[in-house]
Design a protein around this ligand. Sequence first.
Ligand SMILES: Nc1ncnc2c1ncn2[C@@H]1O[C@H](COP(=O)(O)OP(=O)(O)OP(=O)(O)O)[C@@H](O)[C@H]1O
Ligand SMILES: [Mg+2]
Length: 244
Amino acid sequence: MASDLLDVRGVTCRFGGLVALDNVSLKVVQGEIVGLIGPNGAGKTTLFNVIAGAVRPSAGEIILDGGDIAGLPPHQRSRRGLARTFQITQPFINMTVEENIMVGALRFGGSLAAMRRRVEPILEAVGLKDRRSILAKGLSTGQRKRLELGRALATEPRLLLMDEVTGGVDQPSIPGLLELVLSLRAAGRTIVLIEHNMRVMRGLADRLIFLNRGSLLAEGPPDAVVTDPRVIDIYLGSSDVADR
Ligand SMILES: Nc1ncnc2c1ncn2[C@@H]1O[C@H](COP(=O)(O)OP(=O)(O)OP(=O)(O)O)[C@@H](O)[C@H]1O
Ligand SMILES: [Mg+2]
């Protein structure tokens, strides 16, 4: 039977008078790709921040693989198998591609040679093998997104939160990124994806969750959610949704 890897229970997040998340509950099953959609400012990134431990919620519980992680700092959540990529990529720009990915693997320790062996398959998986020795600041946006993924993968996550992985990426690079996400799932990762490109989302997600103004308004199979009149009215009719 499928089991819940992530169980978010009644999460509310306030910033001063703004309610960025309002009593949000959702579950992610082991092996799923779940798509998180909603207009700008809906609270999608805030939800990732709360799950990853970057932002403390005003209320609610975060259960990862049966254990409550809400009180843990980000690095301990990482040890429990959680990784995330950022909407705005944050590489160490004066370090090489390979060194950036090594940072993700630091907690496993070992010699430099052992560390190199560990990051080798990741460089391969994210398609940056031939860029390993260049500084991160020399990468294109698409390559930075791949590096971001590589850094997250180096922590060997079970659950990967990916924030707008195709955002700002040139069109020709997008199919490769999609294949990469599908290969990660095939390798046993569970993925929650934020994405405004609906064609991308429909090609990847097993299930969609629609957030609006901090509230979860719809969830279900992609075809059902994208034809939900409220989702169309609030989101899919707007100009920030690409390629629907
Ligand atoms: N650290 C913070 N302090 C104050 N307000 C914040 C903070 N983080 C987010 N917000 C606000 O919370 C709301 C939700 O923002 P969030 O970044 O989660 O939206 P989003 O759904 O990711 O939007 P986008 O699609 O534009 O990335 C917004 O009104 C935002 O301005
Ligand atoms: Mg966001």
